[in-house]
Design a protein around this ligand. Structure first.
Ligand code: XIL
Length: 360
């Protein structure tokens, strides 16, 4: 895109004054974030980790990384008696050379369970399976993980339980106390990692998101009351660009509630689904950037927010093309970098919202 056109788009995205400077002249996002005592980074796939250009970009821009898939049960625990750390270890090795922190994702989830799980897990052994897995994996990485997503997506109000908990295999086999077990086991295995509860659909001012926020806050309150060692709340932040503006009052109340419980906040999986936007690329990029800016400038009002990670970093690698494809068949543009690894308006929106954040 012509530089002047690009600037016009940035300005239209709302007070985005920065010019897209060449990489060498631009301050890396990790430095911009660091000046505000924030970590900034992204989820990385093993494929991207093999690419020299991706490694260089991540080394420059990211102070925190998370594996997109390689620490999930399916990858790291391929047989009941076997763990495979090869791919996850590769991310840790890279993070060490680029001086980035690593989030662990995740220790307990209802998805991406290994093929052996359904035929092996029973109500008699599920608790012990969970305990042994967490002791082993969190133990393997002890002292090297910034924060663990100990339990992922345990709330699903639509399942109709009064406590809002998801009828996951863990809940059905081990009962609701599986959540306490996961956190206490993780704390024993890695006392240094910040133990996180991570979930989605917590951002918008809709009935459904409000009900989910209520259930998540109730869950966290209960954990704290029982002295279960949960220390942070991960807000996935899979946003959906819409033509009507977001309202943030419910989101602010929710973050205040988390703060009252003494919890740190991480934005763990930020991206912006653009399926509702027109095909025109410049228009889409502008509206996606506006969504980043709107969301981040609101979230950054909360001083307990400590890290911002996007779910992937270049558009062609987004999971959204598989999980929420656009009807017109064009690829989604939800992330801060394009396929040429060039920063998009969403990148500058991140930079500007962090720069404009209240001192912390
Ligand atoms: C997604 C990955 O991006 C995909 O590659 C994979 O096929 C499915 O999982 N919430 C989460 C992430 O916590 O682990 C999910 O990642 C995206 C939604």
């Amino acid at each position: 895109m012509h530089r002047r056109d690009f600037t016009t788009h940035l300005l239209r995205a709302g007070a985005l004054a920065a010019l897209p400077l060449p990489a060498a002249e631009r301050q890396p996002l990790r430095d911009v974030a660091n000046a505000r005592h924030l970590l900034a980074g992204a989820a990385v796939s093993y494929r991207e980790l093999q690419r020299e250009d991706c490694r260089a970009l991540l080394a420059r821009e990211a102070s925190i990384l998370v594996s997109e898939n390689d620490m999930k049960w399916q990858s790291i625990h391929p047989a009941p008696d076997r763990y495979d750390y090869t791919r996850a270890d590769a991310l840790l090795a890279f993070a060490k050379t680029s001086n980035a922190k690593v989030r662990g994702h995740n220790l307990c989830w209802h998805q991406q369970l290994p093929r052996w799980f359904p035929s092996t897990a029973t109500s008699g052994n599920a608790g012990e399976l969970l305990r042994a897995h967490i002791a082993e994996v969190a133990g393997h990485y002890a002292g090297r993980i910034h924060s663990w997503d100990v339990v992922n997506e345990a709330v699903f109000v639509e399942d109709g339980r009064s406590d809002g908990l998801r009828k996951s295999p863990w809940l059905e086999l081990a009962g609701p106390s599986y959540i306490d077990l996961a956190f206490t086991t993780a704390a024993k295995a890695d006392p240094q990692a910040i133990l996180t509860y991570n979930d989605y659909d917590l951002e918008q001012d809709t009935e459904a998101h409000e009900a989910k926020r209520r259930a998540v806050l109730a869950l966290l309150k209960g954990l704290r009351a029982r002295n279960v060692p949960v220390q942070a709340l991960g807000i996935q932040s899979h946003l959906v660009a819409s033509t009507s503006p977001y309202q943030w009052s419910g989101f602010h109340r929710f973050l205040d509630g988390a703060e009252k419980l003494g919890l740190t906040i991480f934005i763990t999986e930020l991206d912006v689904d653009d399926t509702a936007l027109p095909a025109d690329i410049a228009d889409r990029d502008r509206q996606v950037a506006a969504c980043y800016q709107d969301f981040l400038s609101n979230a950054l009002k909360h001083h307990n927010l400590q890290a911002i990670l996007t779910w992937g970093f270049t558009d062609p690698d987004t999971w959204l093309n598989h999980f929420h494809p656009r009807k017109d068949g064009t690829p989604q543009r939800p992330l801060p970098f394009d396929g040429q690894l060039q920063p998009k308006p969403a990148y500058f929106a991140m930079e500007q919202s962090i720069e404009a954040a209240p001192r912390r």
